[in-house]
Design a protein around this ligand. Sequence first.
Ligand SMILES: [Zn+2]
Ligand SMILES: [Zn+2]
Length: 150
Amino acid sequence: MVALNPPFVGSCLCGSVQVRVDALPLLTVVCHCRGCQKFTASAYSLTTMFPRESVSCTGDLIRGGLGAGGKDHYFCQSCLNFIYSQIAGAEDRINLRTSVLDDATYFEPFVEVMTDEKMSWATVPVRHSYARTPASPEELLALMTDYKNR
Ligand SMILES: [Zn+2]
Ligand SMILES: [Zn+2]
């Protein structure tokens, strides 16, 4: 594993949204749910979770998705690149789309969730795999600890 040293920077496809992160990631996640398949036009989404206050974004963002279920999804207003999502009840964290980061390859997935809905051929080498999601906030924190000590 390559040593990760913040700050991490990234951008959307067109470059009008610039992202800077001044903390180490809390967790890296693949989500195989049908919603993420549609959001990303791909087999699964790649998330790198960071403390909310460590992430700064410049450029115009718009909210997309269904705006329901306590999940907000933000996109570049110009190129509509998916940038991050924010989940109600977890306002202290931001789910950055890993592909936005310049060094995306170093944020390899540690956990996969929602394998119940995965495309049958989609396999990702991860340490922890969930048919749905971690059962409790405590379990999520335990994953973060495991990730930190990886
Ligand atoms: Zn853009
Ligand atoms: Zn998902």
